[in-house]
Design a protein around this ligand. Structure first.
Ligand code: NAP
Length: 490
């Protein structure tokens, strides 16, 4: 339910700067129907944004398709310069953008500022990559001809992003797409469209040509995106979101054999060995668990601690978590903001109840708090059995689920016992063990003695049901490039 609008003047002013239409071919388009954007910490209405229908999607695809040849032919240095300007524009606008993000998504302002810096860095990184695309020239093994190998933009790309990192999940796709010479249609999440709309406005101002980036908000994502996916002008889908939706989109993409990148769900194990620096492990767990109020694909979902240090670790973690202030993300010092919606709170309540019923003990928190707002307190559960639902589901909340293990082999086996494989964390002071365990873990990324792995310069992505492809790093741009081989008869 929406409550009375009591936004503070600077909050209202920040929201008022965001265009609320659809951004198609460099123009803002209004729609008859709109969809509400709500502050998850109060339930207050922030704005009504345009609600795109299937035809708007096809119009955006036409714009992207019409702009494709010109953008691909734009010198890489020029594309790079535009991305560099976008990087600077985001940084210069951090306070406004962070406030908008906190209001629509709930994360504390400090984290929102961090996300703007992280998001901007994708533009700088890919501006640098844009001018370093390489190719090849070699003699055919049998002689007589030469192989020329070059890279070309894959073409108009559809980019679908989730609500938990409303800006960075967009720039992590838009940056490499533009660097590679691809145009795009971006569909942000329904609950957090304002950050992406603000970004579209910025990209327009820094000189991204009309039609190169188009942004559509909608209350009916399937109806909007399926016709675009099935349209042969779309050449690529880059999706970040849940594994369930990712699988559905992969089925659609199969019909036209469309290239895909899939950044999907996780179920990260966080392993603490008896030779770990326990204070460092606690800090790592705090980062891996509490970033984004636990609502991250990289969140530590199962914290496995060697038995001899289990109690000491649990006590230290509970003490640190108990000290974290909870409240609206705009307030000073708040670390535990609201969850995205009431459904997210209900899910955490159910998961904790199930774990308790199966024998888990509550060391901290464990009870939902009254509204307004979708708050759930920082919680520590110990002795969580492997068959608890929260060991098999993304908790997406500030609940640290701890269980003990005895041997390294057991820890690895339990860590890998999941269909997901995005990231894992290992804390040990032994280099040998650290590398041995890191190599044995079936995940695309490992945080070895660190609780955050995200970095625009590193390849981000998962294995198994956590996805396909990598974003960022030196391979991130390849997701938007085709390799072409030209055989040359001498
Ligand atoms: P989601 O429900 O899968 O939604 C992601 C995006 O897909 C949203 O824009 C959503 O639009 C759209 N969508 C939903 N149904 C669709 C359909 N039938 N056709 C086309 N688009 C559709 O995921 P979420 O709840 O927003 O995000 C949380 C999930 O994302 C978690 O599983 C998390 O682990 C994952 N995630 C992964 C990474 C990674 O890099 N691996 C990063 C961040 C998050 P609406 O908003 O309108 O529903």
């Amino acid at each position: 339910m929406l409550t009375e609008n009591t936004l503070r003047p600077q909050e209202r002013a920040a929201i008022a700067t965001v265009p609320t239409g659809l951004f198609i071919a460099g123009q803002w388009r209004t729609t008859e129907a709109t969809l509400p954007v709500v502050d998850p910490s109060t339930g207050q209405l922030l704005a009504d944004v345009a609600d795109a229908k299937a035809q708007d999607g096809l119009d955006a695809l036409t714009a992207a398709s019409d702009a494709q040849a010109g953008w691909a032919a734009t010198p890489a240095r020029e594309r790079s310069d535009i991305l560099m300007r976008a990087h600077r524009a985001l940084l210069d606008d951090t306070e406004r953008l962070a406030l908008i993000m906190t209001l629509e998504m709930g994360k504390p302002l400090t984290e929102a500022r961090g996300e703007i810096a992280y998001a901007a860095e994708f533009f700088r990184w890919f501006a640098e990559e844009a001018v370093r695309l390489d190719g090849g020239y070699m003699a055919a093994p049998a002689g007589g001809s030469r192989f020329l190998v070059t890279k070309q933009p894959v073409g108009p790309s559809l980019l679908i992003t989730p609500w938990n990192f409303p800006m960075a999940m967009g720039t992590r796709k838009i940056g490499p797409a533009l660097a590679a010479g691809c145009t795009c249609v971006v569909k942000p999440a329904e609950q957090t469209p304002l950050s992406m709309l603000a970004l579209a406005d910025i990209l327009d101002r820094v000189g991204v040509p009309s039609g190169v980036v188009n942004v559509l908000t909608t209350s009916d994502p399937g109806a909007l995106t399926e016709p675009m996916i099935l349209d042969s002008r779309s050449r690529k889908l880059s999706f970040t979101g849940s594994t369930a939706v990712g699988k559905r989109l992969l089925e659609q993409c199969a019909k036209t054999v469309m290239r895909t990148s899939m950044e999907l769900g996780g179920n990260a194990p966080f392993l603490v060995f008896d030779d770990a620096d326990l204070d460092a492990a606690v800090e790592g767990a705090l980062a891996a668990k509490m970033r984004n109020i636990g609502q991250a694909c990289t969140a530590a979902n199962r914290i496995l601690v060697q038995r001899s240090v289990f109690d000491a670790f649990a006590d230290k973690l509970a003490t640190r978590l108990a000290a974290l202030p909870m409240g609206r993300g705009t307030e000073d010092d708040v670390v535990v903001g609201p969850l995205i919606d009431a459904g997210a709170v209900a899910k955490v309540v159910d998961l904790v109840a199930d774990a308790k019923q199966r024998g888990a003990a509550v060391r901290l928190g464990g009870e939902a708090v009254d509204g307004p707002g979708n708050f759930y307190p920082a919680t520590v559960l110990t002795d969580v059995p492997d068959d608890a639902d929260l060991c098999h589901t993304e908790i997406f909340g500030p609940v640290a689920a701890l269980a003990a293990f005895d041997t390294e082999e057991e820890a690895i086996a339990r860590a890998n016992d999941t269909p997901y494989g995005l990231v894992s964390y290992v804390f040990t002071e032994s280099l040998r063990r650290g590398l041995r365990v890191s190599e044995a873990l079936d995940t695309g990324m490992v945080g070895l003695n660190q609780g955050v792995v995200s970095n625009p310069a590193a390849p981000f992505g998962g294995v198994k049901e956590s996805g396909l492809g990598r974003e960022g790093g030196t391979t991130g741009i390849d997701e938007f490039l085709e390799t072409k081989y030209i055989g040359v008869k001498l």
